[in-house]
Ligand binder design. Structure first.
Ligand code: SAM
Length: 230
């Protein structure tokens, strides 16, 4: 069975979006993952098919109704792990993406407006995940990002099965720098840059050592918090 994601959204046409391209697009075509986008509005009633209402207690904006979201959720036969994309959720990390990629099925709830009625989250035990400390206008781009981070970890999606092991965050470090041909490159300011000699030496042990040192240096400079958390 392939990795499956149900997406509860007011904008089903936003899927698969960028995930229909490149590696994830090929993986979708070959059945390594699949998705169903459920339009929450299909479960609304009345002429206007309204899905939101004003917040109790007053304040700006509108809130998505729990009863309508629940109908959309109950239309999903196997919801699996239920996630609400939300700025107040726990941060999406590489570790969490690895964990979610191991699940068989996810159901992602994408909020709009001011968000969703708290009771839907409580009644159906949604966990909340954030993609960063900023506010998007909707959960759909966050769902695409979460899915992208998981899909590339699924077996068979990446050409080189070793790649995820060497990437940033996988071993608590940021990745070392990459170089490719030409060995000598003169930039538009007339300055010539050479690729590091060690990488052209063919000595794999020395190359691995150099890369590890570079990873440590970059992590120390840019994200010392990662070193503390390992
Ligand atoms: N009123 C909310 C708040 O202050 O936390 C923000 C609502 S936002 C305009 C609308 C929707 O976008 C949210 O319900 C959520 O689904 C999604 N969203 C916004 N920022 C996000 C983030 N950083 N991570 C994940 N989802 C996010």
């Amino acid at each position: 069975m392939s990795w499956h994601t149900n997406i509860l959204t007011l904008f089903p046409e936003m899927f698969p979006g960028s995930l229909g391209q490149s590696l994830s697009g090929k993986a979708l075509e070959s059945g390594l993952w699949s998705y169903s986008a459920v339009n929450i509005r299909d479960f609304a009633e009345g002429v206007h098919k309204s899905v939101d209402d004003t917040p109790y207690g007053g304040g700006a904006g509108m809130v998505m109704r729990a009863d309508i979201i629940e109908k959309a959720l109950l239309s999903v036969k196997q919801p699996g792990r239920k996630i609400y994309l939300s700025p107040r959720g726990k941060p999406l990390t590489q570790k969490l993406a690895q964990e979610l990629a191991q699940e068989q099925t996810l159901t992602l709830l994408c909020g709009r407006y001011e968000g969703v009625d708290q009771r839907i989250l409580d009644a159906h035990e949604f966990e909340e995940i954030s993609i960063g400390d900023y506010v998007l206008s909707g959960g759909e781009p966050a769902a695409l990002i979460l899915m992208d981070a998981c899909i590339r970890l699924l077996p068979g999606v990446m050409g080189n099965e070793d790649t995820p092991l060497e990437e940033s965050f996988s071993q608590g470090l940021l990745e070392y720098p990459h170089y490719t041909r030409p060995a000598e490159w003169t930039d538009s300011h007339g300055i010539t840059h050479s690729a590091p000699e060690i990488l052209k030496s063919g000595n794999h042990a020395k190359i691995a050592e150099w890369r590890h040192e570079q990873s440590e240096k970059i992590t120390k400079e840019r994200r010392p918090d990662l070193l503390k958390s390992t």
